[in-house]
Design a protein around this ligand. Sequence first.
Ligand code: PLP
Length: 397
Amino acid sequence: MTEESTPLHPDTLAVRSGRAGSDPALAPVIWASSTFVSDSVDEAQAAATSIGSDRFYSRYGNPTVSDFEHAVADLEGAEAARAFGSGMGAVTAVMLGLCSQGDHIVAARQIYAGTQLVLQAVCPRFGIDVTFVDGTEPGALAGAVRPGKTMLVWVETPANPRLDLVDLDALGAIAGPMTVVDSTFATPLGQRPLAHGVDLVVHSATKAMAGHNDATLGVVAASAELIGWLTGFAVLQGATASPYDAANGIRGLRTLPVRFARQSASALELARWLEKDGRVTEVRHPGLESHPQHELALRQMQHLGGLVCFDLPGGIDAGRRFVEAVELARLASSLGGPETLVTHPASTTHVNLLPDELAAVGIGAGTIRLSVGLEHPDDLRADLGRALTAAGAVPRP
Ligand code: PLP
């Protein structure tokens, strides 16, 4: 009698996946070679013309990068993945690699400002029309689809920075265009969009996936056919992932389950404390009962993430004072790493947005984004409490 083989848990996949190019080394081997030797013209031609070849020229593919791609594909439950030199490399490859002049994209308004800029300023220059809708409003994304014209429906969930969610089942049910989720804030451990019928998952692996603030890396996971299309574009686009960053990406994935679980738990603990403390308003974390989409979060996410967002009543001055007053947390524009980071979106990540655009996505002058790291939550609470005092925040009556 043979034992039934059951699918491996994500925690196990994170440890075991993506090892072919490094075998038999236990840790990722860095193939720091830009090119590879062929024994014959036929072999070189076969490598040059096969999609995803990782032993021809490293802009086409590289064994260390392939290992990272295979690990991400396994974690996302995808047939294939393609890595890029940054999250924005992945974002632009999907938009410009899959859309042509005359096509239309529907995008949720609640997205990272860099992605928004590509949609607003770059896509129109290539004749790609874009419609922004409120991604939290049921039916808004599907309602904006122009049959025969809309090529992509693009969302980010949870969204940067206010952690709004998009219903993945509703998104996956949209027929016609390809649906895309930027799942950076969730990581493959927090949610698996492809299981909801979504076509492509995009990540800035710079964040929690690589997880140590030492790699700039992006990745897209999808069907083998879509990744084949993207690879054809990516080889010419040249936003190639470095083998050094890919090795750091693999190293990050190995511990992602424990890091992400701990960060999710600490973030929720701090969000609950902030809400109770009463010195800030609009505390956001998908695990808070007060989050308008809390039920949806519990339905579609396995871990709710390490990000917290809140508003300081004192506006821009209070926001600046707060981020300059923290000592344990650091003022830096990234997320998902071991160190707790604070950002002031209105002056940094979203500085290119006009006031009405900021208001439309709920970012105020005093909005703070907190990426909770791996420090002890009691130490973080003490640090944030001191910084709130320094920013002049007082409990609401
Ligand atoms: N997507 C999201 C949700 C992000 O937050 C970011 C960066 O902050 C990106 C994409 C872009 O990623 P990268 O900085 O790796 O290019």
